[in-house]
Design a protein around this ligand. Sequence first.
Ligand code: NIG
Ligand code: FE
Length: 400
Amino acid sequence: ASVPAPTAPHSAAPATLVTNIGSLATNDPALGEGPLGLLADAAVVLDGDRVAWVGRAADAPAADAVHDAGGRAAVPGFVDSHSHLVFAGDRTEEFRARMSGRPYAAGGIRTTVAATRAAGDEQLHATVARHTAEALRQGTTVLETKSGYGLTVEDEARSLRVAAAHTDEVTYLGAHVVPPEYEDDPAGYVDLVTGPMLDACAPHARWVDVFCERGAFDGDQARAVLTAGAARGLVPRVHANQLHHGPGVQLAVELEAASADHCTHLTDADVDALANSRTVATLLPGAEFSTRSPYPDARRLLDAGATVALSTDCNPGSSYTSSMAFCIALAVREMRMTPDEALWSATAGGAAALRRTDVGRITPGARADLVLLDAPSHVHLAYRPGVPLVHGVWRAGRPV
Ligand code: NIG
Ligand code: FE
């Protein structure tokens, strides 16, 4: 299993002082007010790929270069801990039919599987590159992505190689659905996913995932997939309780998965289990938006004490958005999160879901991932939905 690649040496770029930040969300309560560690009239020094200093603009040290933020708000780069970008084609017709009343079902995944298998490597690279660039322009500086539209040994391994060329956070999702050629032998497909396919895929991935859902994989099958992956050093994460109640969340907690993703249909026992675990509840409101489904209840999870992340789930079927700002707006309007909670979940929450401490906050030593907003505060991310508020992005200390 791979781990995030080492970052560039400390002296890769000269120190830059970003100053005159009207409102800075650091996610470090030691640096400012509340859980977001909010600082007014702030400045940040970026040195190489790291944050070197954070504080009041009036106290800022000298630097080689100065960037005047013009009173804009700044937030940590968004951490999108759940996407499916290795695909070909799109599902416009399925979306059009859904908006006329057809329900979403896991079976649509097979449409994308057929297109992905037929695509050349260059096409897949271009698709991932286009969407990661699209996300970066919108402030996403860390992005997880998965296989899951190949579903043969060769196509899953290829998908992961493609993903790994674009991001360090790569997830093996051979257990997305049972492909048509295994329709009559789902047990045989689980053997493939936990055997030869895992052998081919484990070297290219950090995480193992399974779609635990009616029409995809049941609790026993999901357990087999996750434990086989864990035995090869991949850390579990689970597509859990998206379309129905089911065993996914309990399994995620039992296997100490990094995250249980979707969490739309939860029992009280599921909420308790998440609240008493290290497993992050990753909510994906773009999926409920695009499938016209009831949203997960973030308030219930937060009030119980669970750690909540927000991500896009960007994929051509259930959630074709790469906008973390849109997900923040949905979370605030539809899921009873406060604007502060939603920002935290889209940054520090995503980092927790990826078990990263180097991203998701703006604090000395953290990776220098910073987003300037054309707004006086981060609240505008939810308050001004659909407006492109990202003014500038630094990723690992480099302006985008
Ligand atoms: O996270 N739930 C399973 N997988 C994706 C949907 C993939 C698709 O419809 O193509 C999801 O929503
Ligand atoms: Fe997903």
